[in-house]
Design a protein around this ligand. Structure first.
Ligand code: IMP
Ligand code: MG
Length: 183
């Protein structure tokens, strides 16, 4: 275990098993749309969800497109600023496509709230959310998720894509960062 990690919450094996289940569920849910000739695009919220989406996409047994957006609400601080801006937009249009947002962690919910509204305004056929983690925090915006990988404690989480100040993304497990690292 990395010296800056206080506790491992989900091992590499646990994550792999859960992501496979999430992919199977998406396959079931979106198969009718594909059979009707409709298009699915899985949207990665950069950078935290990149590793999650890479695994999730390979667990979905349907033709899906993949696209990427970068939004910022955090900077390097450990608390949400509430201000969301688009740093990198979609590469293809999403009109009439079913968009599945793959997010790393739902914390205040402000990022997802912004994204859902933004994508719906661009006339997507539907916008759904799958998040690897949902942090158990008071006052979280109500976001309807198709699926949630794990509900995690209200601590600073790193690994499997999640960073603190751009570090720890490549840890293969998900863990709690020691508070003295960010305080
Ligand atoms: P929200 O807008 O507060 O829901 O925050 C969402 C974004 O903040 C996520 O996409 C993450 O990139 C980042 N974030 C929130 N909590 C954590 C955490 O515990 N570790 C790492 N990143 C986090
Ligand atoms: Mg982040």
């Amino acid at each position: 275990m990395h010296a800056d990690v206080k506790e491992i919450l989900y091992s590499e094996e646990q994550i792999a098993a859960r992501v496979k289940e999430m992919g199977a569920r998406l396959t079931e849910q979106f198969r009718p749309m594909v059979e009707r000739g409709e298009r699915i695009v899985m949207l990665c919220v950069l950078r935290g969800a990149a590793i999650f989406m890479a695994d999730l996409a390979r667990a979905v047994e349907l033709p899906i497109e993949m696209d990427y957006m970068a939004v910022s609400s955090y900077g390097n601080a450990a608390k949400s600023s509430g201000v969301v801006s688009i740093q990198k937009d979609l590469s293809s249009d999403i009109i009439d496509k079913h968009v599945i947002i793959a997010e790393d962690i739902l914390d205040s919910g402000l990022t997802l709230k912004f994204l859902i509204e933004n994508l719906e305004a661009r006339k997507a056929a539907s916008v759904s959310v799958v998040t690897l983690l949902r942090k158990d925090v008071p006052g979280q915006a109500k976001i309807d998720c198709l699926d949630i990988g794990f509900v995690c404690p209200n601590e600073f989480i790193v690994g499997y894509g999640l960073d603190y100040a751009e570090r720890y993304r490549n840890l293969p497990y998900i863990g709690i960062l020691k508070p003295d690292i960010y305080s």
